[in-house]
Design a protein around this ligand. Structure first.
Ligand SMILES: Cc1cc2nc3c(=O)[nH]c(=O)nc-3n(C[C@H](O)[C@H](O)[C@H](O)COP(=O)(O)OP(=O)(O)OC[C@H]3O[C@@H](n4cnc5c(N)ncnc54)[C@H](O)[C@@H]3O)c2cc1C
Ligand code: FES
Length: 280
């Protein structure tokens, strides 16, 4: 399952080939990719890669698939600006450069044996999917698993078929919500903010860990609800995004006070960062 590093140099991208491109929503695509040398990427859930396209530059993107799924890795990419728009023009058979995997992953040794609450909003389901798939493939390693997901509208939900499969699976308890719904939408979840999904949960704070990935506005409100349920900050993992350049702790672009998001994160325990200015 572990891959050799893509290159000896942290700065040299290695060639990878796109196997398939799938539309997730009108603005998000899923790229299934393999290394040209055939080896696994060697990532853990929560890590990211630096994707490069000649003439367009580079962007950090989280790995959306679990390392337990062999032969490929996947990236879920939102069309945000110049680079990601160029990525959205790529097709199966095209090549791109990849550096990494980089960053601190979800703390699997600490998650093992615990009940998990996996909370994601919008595009945050892409990195969270890597962890969900990992739990799906190694069910005996974890306790109960609750998946909470919020999106703007039913059509904006990523991985709709997988969400339905997780919802139907006895392994997961799924709760979904959207901000808005129209009469034409087929959706069985609730309408409202993701924070409303937390009060109905029953769990023991001593044996539970929550992980959160989502847009910045979501974190404070979700954390406040988890604290109200008695979950302490050292049992809450958050994945943060910052503007990045090198991805390897050299340039300082991603700093959160003394920490570098690219190396000390992107996954942090909340108690490590909650007192740092501008962290949340
Ligand atoms: C660790 C990490 C993991 C990420 N994982 C994913 C992922 O799985 N899928 C995905 O679609 N995107 C992800 N991103 C965000 C992605 O890197 C940016 O959307 C991308 O760099 C934008 O490049 P661009 O040239 O298309 O847009 P630009 O023209 O550079 O910017 C377009 C808009 O996106 C915003 N933006 C630029 N960079 C970031 C950033 N790092 N974080 C948030 N907003 C940004 C800009 O402020 C601007 O509003 C991740 C970012 C980080 C730091
Ligand atoms: S991106 Fe350069 S130090 Fe983090």
């Amino acid at each position: 399952m572990t891959g050799a590093p893509l290159r000896d140099s942290l700065y040299l991208p290695s060639e990878c080939e796109i196997i398939t491109v799938t539309d997730l929503t009108p603005g998000e695509k899923l790229f299934r990719i393999r290394r040209a040398d055939g080896l696994p990427l060697g990532h853990l859930p929560g890590q990211f890669v630096q994707v490069s396209l000649l003439g367009w530059g580079e962007a950090p993107i989280s790995v959306a698939s679990s390392p337990t799924r062999d032969g490929f890795f996947e990236l879920g990419v939102r069309r945000a600006g110049t680079f990601t728009s160029a990525m959205h023009t790529l097709k199966a058979g095209d090549t791109l450069g990849i550096r990494g995997p980089f960053g601190r992953a979800f703390d699997l040794p600490r998650l093992r044996g615990q009940n998990l609450i996996l909370i994601s909003g919008g595009c945050g389901l892409a990195p969270m999917r890597s962890l969900i798939q990992y739990c799906e493939d190694r069910p005996s390693e974890f306790g109960s698993i609750s998946i909470l997901y919020g999106a703007k509208s039913p059509v904006d939900r990523l991985f709709k078929e997988e969400l339905a499969a997780w919802d139907a699976s006895a392994r997961f308890a799924c709760s979904m919500t959207v901000d808005n719904i129209s009469g034409r939408d087929c959706f069985s979840g609730s309408v409202g903010l993701i924070t409303a999904l937390i009060p109905p949960l029953t769990f023991s704070p001593d044996t539970t860990i929550a992980a959160i990935v989502g847009p910045p506005a979501m974190y404070r409100a979700v954390i406040a609800e988890l604290h109200k349920k008695g979950l302490p900050s050292d049992r809450i993992a958050v994945s943060l995004e910052r503007q990045m350049r090198c991805g390897v702790g050299k340039c300082g672009h991603c700093s959160i006070e003394h920490l570098y998001c690219c190396q000390d994160g992107p996954v942090f325990w909340l108690n490590e960062i909650e007192l740092l200015r501008g962290a949340l």
